[in-house]
Structures are given as structure tokens and as C-alpha cells.
Design a binder for this molecule. Sequence first.
Ligand code: GLC
Ligand code: CA
Length: 541
Amino acid sequence: MSKKQKWWHNAVVYQIYPRSFYDSNNDGIGDINGIRKKLPYLEKLGISVIWLSPVYCSPNDDNGYDISDYYDISPDFGTLNNMKALINEVKAHNIKIIMDLVVNHTSDEHKWFIEAKSSKDNKYRDYYIWRSGDKNTPPNDLKSCFGGSAWEYDVTTDEFYLHFFSKKQPDLNWKNPQMRQDIWDMMNYWIDLGIGGFRMDVIDLIGKEVDLKIKENGPKLHEYIQEMYENTLKDKDLLTVGECWGANPDIAKLFSAENRHELSMVFQFEHIMLDQNGEDKWNLKPLDLLELKRVFTKWQTELKNEGWNSLFWDNHDLPRIVSRWGNDKKYRVESAKMLAILLHGMKGTPYIYQGEEIGMTNIDFNGIEDFADIEAINAYKERISLGYNEKDVLKSLRAKARDNARTPMQWNDEANAGFTKGKPWYRVNPNYTQINVKQALADKNSIFYCYQKLIQMRKENPIMVYGDYELLLPEDKNIYAYKRTYQDKTWLIICNFYEHNVEFSLNGTGKILISNYENSCTDLTKGKLRPYEAIIYEWIQ
Ligand code: GLC
Ligand code: CA
């Protein structure tokens, strides 16, 4: 073993988007007490970590990713005492909680920003990034991820401040050491309350050099992360995962190689961007399976001895994978299981996004009025003003809008999918009458039990955690196949990515460990796969 074993190496993480998970007091908004009620469900699934999207005080311009107080809980979600109770209760279910750490920016309603914008010589002024300029001409052409300029003019002090997201999310100035110290103090406050780690929002932006127009991976990024480690994470044995849209394997190694004392792993998005043309996620193109194989294989291979991979299809920013790269109609169950087996068979720490384990799908949108997310609404306005036709704009939004992931969790077939007895804050997917947790738990062949088994297999089989990965049948346009090897064992993971029957020929025989069909073939010299069939074999050669 080239590296020390860590508790999070065989962990599976479950992401909760609290607003849409479970509403305990019927105000239409999911909350912390709702999560507490569902801990037995999560324990049954077998996950060992919850990543909790932000529950801090927030005016909700970006659903909690605009924080106005890092030390307190938004009344939408409950109280600090509810949160302390949750942190305590998860232990009895063998679960740890990692919190979202959103420190690239705050809300414009955070007290630091209110102070900062009150005058140029305020002591918090330098916590943010200000540049002078004529009020109609921003300091440069940096763009916000949510559309338009990244600069907003402030009348009171006649300067612009930087915001890489909405204008209600001013970027913090990481060059200010006092600001960094305040962040370390805040992180230590949560660590002392007993959390198991952090998911770090757009962390690769904190080293930005705005005058050089460097956004991601700025020159001081790793210096800041190492300083963070020294002041907060060191000797704590936490799981830390950084969201890094700009990562390649070399960058991921800088973050996650053990001897560098930075993070446990990063989220990279190379596979996620394979169905877009260029930089713009709204420019759609079909997924090419050969590309997907190439990208996953690159990451599996390059992080083999140094660093660690995270494995995910879905999160609160992405459309539902079964609708995206599976088949959410006739083969919903088969394809959702195939995608689960394909991903969970790899080396790294898997993340499941709420509802993925029951095969929740994208939702239908009629027109722009059905979207709630700031990103979608801004993209719509921007594209229409650039002259795109509305039909195409809506097609892109339907495919990629973050709203797809944010519809309420479907618990049962009662009103509002059992999510709330009040009026849900956002639309419930009408397919809840068929797709829901109650149904999944009652059906022993459900997607839920496939995930449950994959999680259990990871706990019991070191080969799944530490085995080497090798791509097989690299040129096959329909099948994704790879093997894992560890000590004297070999596993074969083989998946038909499409809805027609396919054949393959390898050698030896396979002992089936998990499959999404009855009676999968075991003679690997005359292999056959039905639509979306996926199997993990112990490979006897
Ligand atoms: C991350 C979050 C996303 C948010 C953005 C700004 O990408 O996942 O939801 O809008 O950062 O905080
Ligand atoms: Ca509520």
C-alpha cells in the first residue's frame, strides 16, 4: 500500500439539498429537523457521510450560497440548536456531516460587506475587491458566471466591487490576512461543534488575480489552502473536498496528494462537460461514450498513486443523470442501475445526490415561468437579448437547468410526494406517483437496493476501494468495460451504455457479484448484454 488508509477511502457520501429534502413543519421548505427524521432511511441506504448544502443565514439570492452569517442557521431551516442536535444524532447512525464552506464570496447582506461599502476607509473595506472606474465602464471585461459583468458599481463610494456570481455575492479578498484569519476562526467553530469536514465551494477561485484576469488556479491558491490546513484541518482527520471546475489531474494532485497537506480530494468536472460545446454549458452536444471512457480512464490512471478521486454524476447544480445519459422512460430502472454500477465500480469516493438512489428524473418545464434558479433566468434573458430563438434557449435550459435537481424529494405517492403538507417552495415532479421512496423500499429489485448493495460491497471489499483500474475494449462504442485488480483478485465491470443488445468476447468466466438483470451471462468468451445491462464479476481467467 503506497499510502495510508483513511476512513473516507471506503466511505460513500450522500448530498442533501436541505430546501428540497424533507419539510418537518409544513412551511413548504425542507429543514434540519426534516433531515433528523430521515436518518434511519440514510442509515438503511448505508452511506457514511452527509454533505449538507448551505444551511447558514442567507437572503437566498442563490439558495443559500450567498451567506449573511456563517455562525448561525437560516430560520428557513431551523435553529442552531437543531443543527447541534443533528450533528450529535448522526453519530448513532454511523454517519458524519460535512458542511458546505462558501468562502469565495459572502452575501452583500453579510455585516462585513455592509461595513465595507459604507466608506473607503472602513476596516472591512479590504475584505472585498474594489476598483475605481467611470461608473459606466467596468474596470475590465471579467464576466460573472451568472451572466453580465463581474463588476458592480457602488454609488456611495464611487467604485466597483467584484462578483464572480450574482451581484448579491461579492467576492472576498483572500489577499487580506485578517480576512483569512476570520475564515479560520469560523471553520474552527464548526469543527469544534463536531462536524466531519467540509465541501469547499468554488475553492479554486480564491487565488484570483483580477487585474491579470486570472480566475481559477491563481498563483497563491495553494499557499492559502496550506495555510488553511495549518490553522484548521491539521490533525483533525476530516474529509475535505474542493469544488474545482478548472482542475486537471496535475492540479487535483496538488490539492489531494497526502504530503502536500491540503484537501482529501476535489470535484473535477471534465466528464460533466462532455455534452457541451466549448465553455458554455448551454451549447449542447451529444455525449460520445469513447470520450467518457477516455476522461474517466485518464483520471483513474493519473491519480492512481498520488491523490484521490471523487466519483459523481449528480449534484444540486446538474441535471439528473438518468435523464441526461440514461433513459428516463422505458429503461429508467435498468439505466439508472447501470450508471450506478459503472461509477461505483471505480476507485475513489462516490457521492450520491438526494433522489439519485431512487432514479429521480428531470422535470418538464413549459416556459421560462417554470424556472426558479437565478442562473437559468439570467441565461434566458442574456440569450434572448443576443438573438437566440426562444425554442432553442428553452431546449438548453430543459436539458441543463439546475432546477432539475432541486425539485422536492419524492418520499411517497401522497400529496406533494410526502415532502410537505404545506405548499412546496418549488414544483414537485408529477412522476412522484410512480417514482418515490416508499415504492422503492417495497420493491426488492428497485434502484435503491442496487445502491445499497454497491455501498455494502465497498465496505466489504478492499479491491473496490484500492484495486488498480484498467480500461478494456477501449474502441467499443457501446460497452464501457474495465477491470480492477488487487492482490490475487480481479473484478470485471462491464456495462452496455445503450438500449440495443450487444456482444463482447473476453476470456474466462465470471462470477456475478451484482447485476441489473436476472441470469446475466457468465461465459465471458461469448458475452451478451441486454439494454443497459451492467454487471460486476469476480473474474476467473
Ligand atoms: C458552486 C455551487 C453553486 C453556486 C456557486 C456560487 O458552484 O455549487 O450552487 O451557485 O458555487 O456559490
Ligand atoms: Ca420547513
